[in-house]
Ligand binder design. Sequence first.
Ligand code: OKP
Ligand code: ZN
Length: 347
Amino acid sequence: MKAAYSPRHAAHEPRRELALGAAEPAHEIPARAEAIRAALDEDGGFEWLEVREHGLGPIEAVHDATMVRFVERAWRDWQRWFPEGEEAIPWTFALPSLREGMEPFEPSRTRHELGWWCFDTGNPFTAGAAEAARASVDVALTAAGAILVGERAAYGLCRPPGHHAARAVFGGFCFFNNAGIAAQHLLDAGASRVALLDVDYHHGNGTQQLFYGRADVLTASVHADPVREFPYFTGFADEVGTGAGRGTNLNVPLPAGVGDDEFLAAVESALERLAPFAPEILVVPLGVDTFRGDPLGDFDVGREAYHRLGRLLAGVGLPTLVLQEGGYAVAELGANVRDVLRGLDGR
Ligand code: OKP
Ligand code: ZN
């Protein structure tokens, strides 16, 4: 299988993140991508593509251009006012109700502009975040390019992940929505309908938001119920899309403790819901934080489930672009991802 990886992910090396008001060691770390790369190298069934730079155009096709420019300059700006610390973490957030009924606000007026564009405290912004986020998009687009030239499956080893980044806000370890950008790129290259099935443990709120009113993109996500889990404010089953996109969003929230069979049954039922949409390409934001040993998850999914997951995806019979999202049990991360891809590859 063709796969894409960029060493530039390592430019983003957060040490800490903030959760429940306290600092804890960062989870979204360079060792994650290196573990996956090592497992795929060892497997031998993956051919690494040369990652091509695609520039800001495809990013600005789905994201607010002002947010994209902010990401590019955020570290320098932040350091001017807050020079100490290895990562920037916002602590005051520009909720719309704060200025309700007031003039529109120009966020670059304040030195705390990060609190306008980032929605959580768990998303450290580092000196190399922008470089890594750009590289992650290029990895996704390079893998998408393999699909466009006829590959049945391709994998983008994206880091940082992307599915929590919405049009004009980022968070949840994500800066740019790799899968959303890739899906739009596939449409712009001639695909008429693209379906995304997000199997990360967390709801893919950003991807949902990007395409919520769109009839040409179906977004489906199987994830931990947001009543108990991040991102808390999206991912409920009654979110079905709006306007022309009504019926093109599917959420399958799951309870704590689901095992292999329940998780895979949820994936299977979501896949069945894709068929009437008749997509030409399937994009799979793949998180393996569903694993029972994951420090961020509460599912009871075992190692053996991942090969089965890959086989389920293969059964759809569509060109399939798999893009890495979460997975924080670093010791098992490589094997879990490899098994999904082996299953998808019919091995
Ligand atoms: C990103 B992806 C841990 C809090 C974690 C954010 C989780 C983001 C997950 N104390 N909060 O979907 O894997
Ligand atoms: Zn996740």
